[in-house]
Write a protein that binds this ligand. Structure first.
Ligand code: PLP
Length: 433
């Protein structure tokens, strides 16, 4: 597969180069030259096909000749090594639980796949690759876990001190080995700015082989299609195509869903479930795309005011709003509605939502009220324990910790404290090489 930059000012690349570059040199996002069609017999027989085989079929056209088939098979098998069950929650509403990976959020799929691809692509390099990434919470843990002990790769994660949940902090500061956490005395925006400065600093280019692991990387974005194929595999009512609601921030996950639909997966409609950060629902109303500063909410992984992957969604529909609107809508849910949804669904159905999944549930419920003959799935993108500080007061109960969390909660945090000053980051990176 050839990938081109959506800014159209950079050379075309293959999967290998797109993964190593992350973003194109003209700062555009990489996009596939054509959308592959899924083999119809795979869709027809999907219930009988093992997950790793489906995953291989999905990724194979994109990866192309960048790696031997046997390597890709091994990588997808290691990526989909946890269950992604479809669970009935209430009448007509099902949860696709994407959170059974090591760090309890859906980002494990993309991070596991990308880390293994990058490890393969750089294994013969003389220079080590340094992955530099800023996180507001979930990305850090998934990247730390995915890249742990990957040979030839050092990982540096910047996170805002005191602004990630305690579970999230432990997940990114207790891993050790090739994973280094930098605790920045500032906000997520400060972390992001420092990372961007490092990427544009010529001294860094000369001395380190620097790359990023954020969600615009094709190797993190594309494997998220697996979720939608696995959802369809478990959907028993195949005569009635399903509506899927996806809690969205940077719109990478839902964009992967739309891509799988364009490749032939029978999905009726996608709902982008957003919190008060509502740029996309405003765009669908006014047809004017107006980025805003993000506002803080209780579903903080979705606090994005200018979603970077939305341009890819527009591209999938050839920039035509009306054809996009046929299969895509967006609903914005307030924090108050989110809390009420968590409380009500726990009370009535004994199902505990995390704040992000609750946004997805509430958006789907609104949609189904206007489309009463349909049934839907919402993506449950994180385990509620990751956000116990929000969830516990809402249900007036303690929630018990899963094993994986219990194991890390008592580990000692290891972080390098740093002021929100790029010079400090530069000195630190140079001393590590
Ligand atoms: C990152 C994240 C999201 C948003 O996903 P995007 O692909 O950025 O739209 C939603 N929920 C959780 C729990 C997340 O960590």
């Amino acid at each position: 597969m050839i990938f081109y930059s959506l800014n159209k000012q950079s050379p075309d690349v293959d999967f290998r180069e797109a993964t190593i570059n992350g973003q194109a040199p003209d700062k555009g996002l990489y996009f596939p030259k054509h959308i592959p069609s899924m083999n119809a017999s795979i869709i027809k027989d999907i219930e009988m096909i093992p997950n790793e085989e489906i995953a291989f079929e999905v990724m194979s056209p994109y990866v192309g000749k960048s790696m031997p088939e046997s390597v890709l098979k091994e990588i997808v098998a290691q990526t989909v090594n946890f269950p992604i069950p479809l669970v009935s929650v209430s009448e007509n509403i099902f949860a696709l639980e994407m959170f059974h990976g090591n760090t309890l959020a859906f980002k494990d799929i993309g991070a596991r796949f990308m880390s293994r691809c990058l490890g393969y692509f750089v294994k013969d390099n003389e220079k080590k690759v340094t992955v530099l990434v800023a996180t507001s919470g979930d990305t850090g843990g998934a990247v730390a876990d995915g890249f742990y002990d990957v040979e030839g790769v050092e990982v540096i994660i910047l996170y805002p001190s005191g602004k990630v949940s305690s579970v999230q902090e432990k997940q990114l500061t207790t891993v050790g080995k090739n994973i280094h956490a930098i605790e920045v005395n500032g906000t997520f925006d400060d972390c992001q700015r420092m990372v961007k400065q490092a990427f544009s600093d010529p001294i860094m280019k000369e001395s380190l082989f620097l790359t990023s692991a954020n969600s615009i990387n094709v190797a993190r974005w594309l494997p998220q299609q697996f979720f939608y194929f696995f959802a369809y595999k478990q959907w028993t009512d195949k005569k009635h195509p399903v509506v899927i609601s996806v809690p969205s921030g940077n719109f990478g996950n839902i964009c992967a869903g739309l891509l799988s639909m364009k490749s032939g997966l029978p999905i009726k409609h996608f709902i982008a479930a957003c919190n008060s950060n509502d740029v996309v629902s405003e765009y669908l109303k006014t047809q004017v795309y107006k980025p805003k500063s993000s506002v803080a909410t209780i579903s903080n992984a979705m606090d994005v005011g200018d979603p970077s992957n939305f341009i890819r969604i527009q591209q999938l529909f050839e920039m035509d709003v009306s054809s996009l609107k046929n299969v895509f809508s967006s609903v914005s849910i307030t924090d108050d509605e989110t809390k009420k949804t968590i409380e009500r669904i726990y009370r009535d159905f004994n199902y505990l939502l995390d704040p992000h999944g609750a946004v997805g549930y509430a958006a789907l419920e609104k949609y189904l009220t206007n489309h009463p003959l349909q049934k839907g799935i919402f993506a449950e993108t994180a385990h509620p324990v990751k956000f116990y500080d929000v969830v516990e007061p809402v249900i007036h109960q303690k929630i018990s910790l899963p094993k994986s969390i219990e194991n890390i909660i008592h580990k000692t945090k290891l972080s390098i404290k740093m002021d929100a000053d790029y010079n400090c980051l530069r000195d630190c990176l140079l001393s590590m090489k």
